[in-house]
Write a protein that binds this ligand. Structure first.
Ligand SMILES: *[C@@H]1O[C@H](CO)[C@@H](O)[C@H](O)[C@H]1NC(C)=O
Ligand SMILES: *[C@@H]1O[C@H](CO)[C@@H](O)[C@H](O)[C@H]1NC(C)=O
Ligand SMILES: *[C@@H]1O[C@H](CO)[C@@H](O)[C@H](O)[C@H]1NC(C)=O
Ligand SMILES: *[C@@H]1O[C@H](CO)[C@@H](O)[C@H](O)[C@H]1NC(C)=O
Ligand SMILES: *[C@@H]1O[C@H](CO)[C@@H](O)[C@H](O)[C@H]1NC(C)=O
Length: 455
């Protein structure tokens, strides 16, 4: 009855090990930080995906977590450590947590490929309980700070009721484990939630809300190859001049959530770091035929590949959107450029939202062109002081991995780690590097929050 990816991962977890000494200095405070007008604490959250795009139909999900394979050793990893040890991207994420004590790593479960697996386990007490205990076991075993549930989407009222119950079970399991630690810790529970009316109207938002820390509003994919005319995929507002160019809009979605009693500061505005392509079109709001080549999947470009070479870029501040168009090739790509990203950051502040989220980190540009960098600069202010700052957890006495249980003591010097993984800068290099070495599969993604502020 277990949810597929969870059970896959559980089944691949090997070598149950005996408890080891715990680093008592690596303790964390239980905390529950939320925004208020005087002290906004914006969240900056990015999905880090552990699947690799290029080839693979192969489902070889565990690669980046285990200790067997050459490809998943990073600089600084030992080749001959005794015991059962955690390597790969999960170890690297843990090292990042050590240098950036605000960084929280959540395991995101679900996504479009796996969401069909939610309904059955969510529908019974036994299923929810197995789901919750196995998910929390992953948190405790892999050095994580919480869970993100990405059920796309509950189809009917029974699913919606069951989703509330599933979140309740997860909350209780996370709290139970957090409270059992020598220094209690509050693990985070979040939801990746829809911005399309037919999906969010199905959900029982007010009943879900008490169980979760914040909502990752997936405010993108408003248009794409499935649409009837070219349109914006992530606009803030609807167009007053041509409504066909804005079939959905973020403002309406947020208004609905708030109307259901969700406080704005728990709504984290999701933004795309990719563009959706339309081929053979005369422009925005026009018919099209098929989609462009894309970076790694037809019709979808990484933001770092945009604008497509030679195309013109247009920005519309009345809808909060941008796109590129090439009159010669007739391709239009809808995506957020840096101006849109900054407009969205201003919108987050003006509306008192809880921060920003991105799908997904590897597609960003580096340096001043980075969307994440631009938004965090607006929200975080000087030195990241405007960002939410609750501490992550470094104590995992119940992990089956010897090195994690002892806090990764021999993982190179902190200085070496810090310089090769520049988590204090706005750059996403470190995450990209992790990404490139971490192969495979849909859909287990880590939700990283507070990447950018170490102090
Ligand atoms: C928890 O926070 C309080 C107040 O900031 C601090 O005095 C205390 O040392 C912290 N405890 C731990 C275990 O970090
Ligand atoms: C706002 O947050 C600050 C810092 O956490 C806290 O001291 C203050 O009491 C909070 N104010 C309200 C109204 O919640
Ligand atoms: C859009 O830009 C114009 C010109 O700079 C400005 O007057 C207007 O206030 C902006 N509108 C929005 C919604 O930001
Ligand atoms: C870019 O815009 C200019 C001015 O409208 C136009 O002359 C040119 O053909 C456009 N280029 C492309 C590649 O669409
Ligand atoms: C976690 O490990 C500690 C120390 O080994 C043990 O006392 C505790 O019962 C374990 N907790 C769980 C939930 O397994």
């Amino acid at each position: 009855m277990l949810f597929a990816p969870v059970s896959i991962l559980v089944s691949l977890m090997c070598d149950l090990a005996v408890g080891h000494a715990v680093h008592d200095r690596l303790v964390s405070n239980k905390s529950d930080v939320s925004n208020n007008a005087t002290y906004p604490n914006y969240r900056a959250a990015a999905y880090f995906v552990n699947w690799r795009r290029a080839d693979a139909r192969a489902v070889c999900f565990c690669e980046c977590f285990t200790h067997h394979r050459r490809s998943v050793h990073f600089p600084g990893d030992s080749w001959d450590e005794a015991g059962s040890n955690l390597y790969g991207c999960l170890k690297q994420l843990f090292l990042l947590k050590k240098v950036n004590r605000k960084l929280k790593v959540l395991l995101s479960i679900g996504g479009s490929s796996y969401s069909a697996n939610f309904a059955v386990p969510a529908s019974t007490d036994a299923g929810r309980s197995a789901f919750a205990s196995s998910a929390v076991a992953l948190v405790a075993n892999l050095g994580l700070d919480g869970l993100d549930i990405n059920w796309e989407y509950p189809q009917n009222d029974a699913d919606a009721v069951n989703m509330v119950l599933l979140l309740k079970a997860l909350r209780e399991s996370l709290d139970g484990y957090g409270d059992s630690l020598s220094t209690p810790y509050r693990f985070q529970l979040t939801v990746a939630s829809p911005a399309g009316a037919s999906y969010y109207q199905t959900l029982h938002l007010a009943d879900m809300d008490p169980h979760i820390d914040f909502w990752n509003l997936m405010a993108y994919d408003y248009a794409g190859g499935w649409s009837s005319v070219t349109a914006n995929q992530a606009n803030l507002f609807s167009s007053t001049s041509d409504a066909t160019t804005t079939p959905f809009n973020t403002e309406d979605a947020i208004g609905y959530y708030i109307g259901k009693g969700i406080t704005p500061n728990k709504i984290v505005l999701g933004m795309p770091i990719y563009g959706r392509s339309f081929a053979a079109t005369r422009g925005l709001g026009q018919p099209f035929d098929g989609v462009g080549r894309g970076t790694w999947q037809a019709g979808v470009y990484d933001f770092k590949a945009l604008p497509v070479s030679g195309a013109n870029e247009s920005y519309d501040n009345t809808t909060g959107s941008s796109y590129s168009y090439d009159a010669a090739s007739k391709e239009l790509v809808s995506y957020d450029n840096a101006r849109v990203a900054k407009q969205k950051a201003a919108f987050i502040k003006r509306r008192g939202l809880g921060g920003a989220m991105w799908w997904e980190s590897s597609a960003d540009k580096v340096g001043s062109g980075s969307l994440i960098h631009n938004v965090v600069a607006v929200l975080g202010g000087a030195g990241g002081s405007g960002l939410e700052g609750s501490p992550n957890l470094l104590l995992y006495p119940n992990s089956s991995y010897d090195n994690l249980r002892s806090g990764m003591p021999d993982s190179g010097s902190a200085a070496e780690t810090a310089s090769s993984l520049p988590c204090s800068s706005g750059s996403m290099d470190h995450i990209n590097r992790l990404h490139h070495d971490s192969f495979y599969h849909y859909q287990l993604s880590a939700l990283l929050t507070q990447l950018f502020s170490r102090h």
